[in-house]
Design a protein around this ligand. Structure first.
Ligand code: UDX
Length: 428
């Protein structure tokens, strides 16, 4: 049956959720305070780059999908998703201002029975101790009786968010009561994905534990990589190929490199560590995962200096500034740590990225940016590959006789090249 769905927050999670439910035949309205974003969506234009998003907006905007800056649509919605950001504070804890504000706005418009679903990443206990009290206080109504509540974490990868929304490995539904859970389960049923129903706090923890585990796999691969470098003749990529063939381990997220970045892994790990410490438990493993992650980019720069001597005055180009390929997002990108290291060591930096240059320029306005990879390579003595964009994979690096070293931070180059080359997790 067609439902009226309100989605608060038109970031990559909110928009992906919106197009998913529009495609499943529901009437969806996005609410966002950003007027420009709302206008863009209503004009059928994707405000962020996500594969497949533009086509789905064109298909549904003007029919069953729209956006607004006003919360008033909540009154008529059957189900409301809270998809606002939960950024990090200075000390690593999460900032719940947007979650609180949107809960307040929703609370004033509950009217008849509806289910409010928290999709934003929040620490265990937040839906119960923060969101529900705000909803009850503002509405004067009671959860369970007058409205329902669920916690439904997302597991979307940036750049693949639309695909991931339509093909989830699992749907996790944390429910205040059976009635709320049943309503949300009905909504997801057409996806034919496994559905796991649990309580609110457990759903919140599943999200953090999933990200912490994936991040742990990466740091694990990186630690083994660093040991392989000490042995010589053992390639961590072959090691992880052999390791990942064990179905208990799986081959994914075992790619060694300069570490993980992005808007989720570093932030969620820091939040979980802080949360755990507040509860008087020192999370030994999680702290090490971050430690290895911060070691990786610095270690690559150290290895470069071992090979070529001091970087002072040398021209170093860095290819790939985003935290991973196919995005312009530079949040927690390992390029930030690498560039800071290079600046500290006195190198002249030439930076190139197919999409993320302008975002990176906001952080480092004083380094040199070039418009294509050829300009970067022909001016450099040393080349560092930080993100494995396709265009870096099949380049003829041998053409650049000026290069004295390539440091491949993501195992981007697979062919043998006749330029001195170092990479993470392998020493000849
Ligand atoms: C991640 C999770 O995958 C997603 O489920 C969650 O909801 C949000 O966080 P995302 O940040 O978009 O998604 O990127 P992802 O593709 O997971 O990569 C994260 C970082 O890990 C990147 O910097 C990537 O380069 C790095 N990575 C990934 C590795 O270094 N090695 C790997 O094997 C995999």
């Amino acid at each position: 049956m067609m439902k009226k769905i309100g989605i608060v927050g038109a970031g990559y999670v909110g928009i992906s959720t919106a197009v998913l439910f529009a495609e499943l035949g529901h009437r969806v309205t996005l609410v966002d305070i950003d007027k420009e974003k709302v206008e863009k969506i209503n004009a059928g234009k994707a405000p962020i780059y996500e594969k497949g998003l533009q086509e789905l907006l064109e298909k549904h905007v003007g029919k069953t999908l729209s956006a607004t800056t006003s919360y008033d649509i909540i009154n008529e919605s059957d189900i409301i998703f809270i998809c606002v950001g939960t950024p990090s504070k200075e000390d690593g804890s999460i900032n719940l201002d947007y979650v609180r504000k949107s809960s307040e706005e929703i609370s004033e418009r509950i009217g008849g029975y509806k289910v409010i679903v928290v999709k934003s990443t929040v620490l265990p206990g937040t839906t119960e101790n923060v969101v529900i009290p705000i909803l009850e206080k503002g509405s004067g109504k009671n959860v369970g009786k007058d409205f329902g509540v669920c916690m439904n974490p997302e597991f979307l990868r940036e750049g693949n968010a639309i695909y991931d929304s339509f093909h989830p490995d699992r749907i996790v539904i944390g429910e205040y009561d059976k009635k709320s859970g049943n309503i949300l389960e009905d909504l997801y049923k057409p996806l034919n994905a496994p559905i796991f129903r649990t309580n609110l706090k457990t759903a919140e923890m599943i999200k953090y534990a999933s990200n912490a585990f994936l991040a742990t796999k990466i740091s694990f691969a990186n630690e083994i990589a660093n040991i392989c470098e000490k042995i010589g003749g053992v390639d961590v990529y072959d090691v992880m190929k052999g390791v990942g063939m064990d179905h208990r381990i799986s081959p994914y997220f075992l790619n060694a490199g300069v570490g993980f970045g992005g808007s989720c892994f570093p932030k969620d790990l820091k939040a979980l560590i802080k949360f755990s410490e507040e509860k008087s438990y020192k999370p030994i493993l999680l702290k090490s995962v971050l430690e290895v992650n911060d070691y990786q980019p610095k270690h690559l720069v150290d290895r470069i200096e071992e090979k070529v001597g001091s970087l002072k005055g040398k021209n170093v180009c860095i290819l790939g500034l985003s935290f991973k390929p196919n995005t312009d997002d530079v949040r927690e990108s390992r390029a930030i740590i690498i560039v800071n290291e290079l600046i500290k060591r006195g190198a002249h930096i030439i930076a190139y990225d197919p999409k993320a240059k302008e975002n990176f320029r906001k952080l480092f306005p004083n380094i040199i940016y070039v418009d294509n990879v050829d300009d970067a390579l022909k001016k450099a003595e040393i080349c560092i590959i930080q993100a494995d964009w396709d265009e870096f994979k099949n380049l003829d690096y041998s053409r650049y006789k000026n290069l004295v070293l390539i440091a491949d931070g993501r195992r981007t180059i697979s062919k043998k090249i006749d330029i001195p080359y170092i990479t993470v997790g392998y020493r000849w």
